[in-house]
Design a protein. Structure first.
Length: 213
């Protein structure tokens, strides 16, 4: 059963799948239609909370898609419940393309990518834009941990479907925070070695002095 396949595998997509030899695999994912939207498990929730950025795609009135990056400290995307994500949207370059697109079509596609662990999660959902003053309780929750900057609105996303993507071709990259954590033991060891070298130098100097006395 795959709600994601139901949403993503259009007639044109299915045709290409058969042309390229993956039609049978696609048929298996569509064999048992998922009548209800997907719900996030603890695995997806933990992954989203650990991500420091994601891509969000919307479609404008011209029919052209638009992709925007949203970043912040891990945890800035809040898992409000098993079907809802949310974040405080801060001021950017003030083009407001994503915000404007959502007024005409609430459908979004999110892409969460962890380069270090070569893992990615893709998600379909319906986004709701909420002014800050309209829901003080939600504002307090989303602003408690967020991206730096002036918050202009609240974004919540009702999950429709998601799928874990193949890790193939993901180039491993590491953030400064990840490198700091990985290099901490090595730096501690180097600090201890420097201390031992200093002590060794002091002992050699003292030994030389005693021999010359």
């Amino acid at each position: 059963m795959s709600r994601y396949a139901q949403v993503a595998y259009t007639a044109a997509v299915r045709q290409v799948q058969y042309e390229m030899g993956s039609g049978a695999a696609g048929a298996r994912r569509l064999a048992e239609p998922a009548e209800r939207p997907d719900t996030l498990t603890t695995v997806e929730a933990a992954f989203v909370r650990g991500i420091d950025g994601f891509l969000i795609a919307t479609v404008g009135e011209t029919g052209w898609p638009y992709i925007q990056y949203r970043g912040g400290p891990p945890g800035f995307v809040h898992v409000l419940d098993e079907r809802t994500l949310g974040y405080a949207d801060v001021r950017g370059n003030r083009q407001y393309i994503t915000t404007g697109n959502l007024r005409g079509d609430d459908r979004v596609s999110l892409f969460f990518l962890d380069h270090a662990r070569q893992t990615r999660l893709k998600l379909y959902g319906h986004a709701v834009v909420t002014p800050l003053d309209d829901d003080p309780e939600l504002a307090d929750r989303l602003e408690a941990f967020r991206t730096d900057g002036r918050v202009e609105r609240l974004i919540t996303i009702r999950v429709e479907a998601y799928d874990w993507n193949c890790p193939k071709h993901i180039t491993p990259r590491f953030s400064e925070r990840e490198l700091e954590a990985a290099l901490a033991p090595t730096r501690e060891r180097l600090a201890r070695l420097e201390l031992l070298e200093a002590e060794n130098t002091t002992l050699r100097t003292e030994l030389a002095r005693l021999r010359g006395a």
